[in-house]
Design a protein around this ligand. Structure first.
Ligand SMILES: Nc1ncnc2c1ncn2[C@@H]1O[C@H](COP(=O)(O)OP(=O)(O)O)[C@@H](O)[C@H]1O
Ligand SMILES: [Mg+2]
Length: 389
């Protein structure tokens, strides 16, 4: 998982290449560089840095070891990362005394640096006002299982419950369908923003988003077969970070194929919903996908499984819910009835089923799923954020 460090975070950097990577990974943090040659004589006042990044090849190993030993004596030692191909033993030994420390291989990228810093700084960062945004990600086990439909109906249902500002981000960057389903054009120029992800801020997010007409904002990109190659992991992570500042509830329509940024999105999601239909291949795919996702999630957390298009057994030997749970090896967390007429009518007219066919069983089932997943306090206690537009 990557991390966003705010202006308040003071980073001390020893080594020019690290300074460059840190500047890109943490554009808002206050960075201070230190001349490696001056290490032997320089003193660093206790408490003067929150994070220290050291390029091991840049300075004398003895000086560096003494520096780390000194840091370990601070009452609250800073998070410390050493980056370098070969770590001198004296330095490694000094590093063991630090409560929050890590070692990174060379060469490093802004992404690898951000990932290494995330677990060291996550408890310190995350200002109180940013902690309450909720993020649910939806992923289909097989194409057409209903991931996009569910993401749209969840966003509509949540927006209707007065939970504050709701946003839906379609991360199917190559061929997302959420805009077409809602009859809204796509305006998220994430490929352009990837050149300077640090510039993604609330104003840019506002320019990317469009009102869906269903009480929530849509962030979706225009169709582009090369989009996944053009969009950097840092840009996706930054987009979601800023999204969590702007919105109270963020829904993410995730592509089925794994991208470099998929683990970050999963780790940052409060809930991950795997959508399956009631066919044997879809259930097998859902079981495998749920296992893969679980391996990526923090310990103790599991994805939810939602069965979509549940129908009476009149169209041949479809598995029952009980049989489906047996095939999945776990209980399902929600089930959505099949209603082709309502689904087709809504996508043809442009807009959620909740609006065009409010009596459809799909609407009732999605509401029940929200009741299951969202704690009552989240549904009733969220103070709406002021709109930025
Ligand atoms: N519960 C449902 N009943 C009937 N049709 C549905 C249902 N859920 C989705 N659909 C339809 O199935 C098709 C595929 O859904 P979609 O949400 O695009 O799947 P995915 O995003 O997983 O590819 C769409 O035409 C959609 O309208
Ligand atoms: Mg889809």
């Amino acid at each position: 998982m990557s991390v966003h460090l705010s202006r308040k975070t003071r980073i001390l950097i020893v080594g020019p290449a690290l300074a460059e990577a840190a500047g890109r990974a943490f554009p808002e943090a206050s960075l201070e560089t230190m001349d490696p040659g001056a290490l032997g004589v320089a003193t660093i006042p206790p408490g003067s840095a929150d994070l220290i990044l050291i390029e091991t090849a840049s300075a004398d190993p003895g000086d560096l070891a003494r520096l780390v030993e000194t840091l370990a004596t601070w009452r609250e030692p800073p998070a410390t990362i050493l980056a370098g191909a070969q770590l001198p033993a004296s330095l490694a030994r000094a590093l063991y005394r630090m409560p929050r420390a890590d070692v990174l291989d060379w060469p490093l990228t802004p992404e690898s640096l951000s990932r290494a810093v995330a677990p060291l700084m996550s408890a310190v960062e995350a200002p109180a006002e940013e902690r309450h945004a909720r993020c649910w990600s939806v992923m289909s086990a097989v194409g057409g299982a209903g991931g996009t439909t569910l993401a749209i109906e969840l966003a509509t249902t949540l927006a209707g419950r007065n939970v504050g500002r709701v946003g839906l981000v379609d991360l199917n960057l190559a061929d997302g369908a959420a805009g077409a389903y809602l009859g809204v054009s796509a305006n998220m120029r994430l490929a352009d923003a990837s050149a300077a992800p640090e510039r993604i801020d609330t104003a840019l997010l506002d320019a990317f988003s469009l009102p869906s007409g269903a009480g929530f904002d849509l962030l979706a990109a225009e169709r582009d077969p090369h989009a996944f190659a053009k969009v950097s992991p840092l840009a996706v992570c930054r987009l979601l970070e800023v999204g969590c500042q702007v919105y109270d509830w963020l829904l993410v329509d995730l592509p089925r194929t794994r991208q470099a940024w998929t683990p970050d999105v999963l780790a940052g999601s409060d809930e991950v919903l795997v959508v399956s239909e009631l066919t044997v291949p879809a259930l097998l795919a859902a079981r495998a996908l749920a296992g893969e996702i679980e391996a990526e999630m923090p310990p103790g957390r599991r994805p939810r499984i939602v069965l979509n298009r549940l129908a009476a057994r009149v169209f041949g030997p479809a598995p029952s819910r009980v049989e489906a749970e047996k095939a999945l090896g776990r209980k399902v967390d929600g089930a959505i009835t099949s209603d082709w007429e309502a689904a087709a009518c809504s996508v043809n007219l442009g807009g959620p089923i909740t609006h065009h066919r409010p009596r459809s069983k799909i609407v009732k089932d999605v509401a029940a799923l929200v009741d299951t997943l969202a704690p009552a306090e989240a549904l009733h206690g969220a103070a709406p954020r002021p709109a930025i537009r």
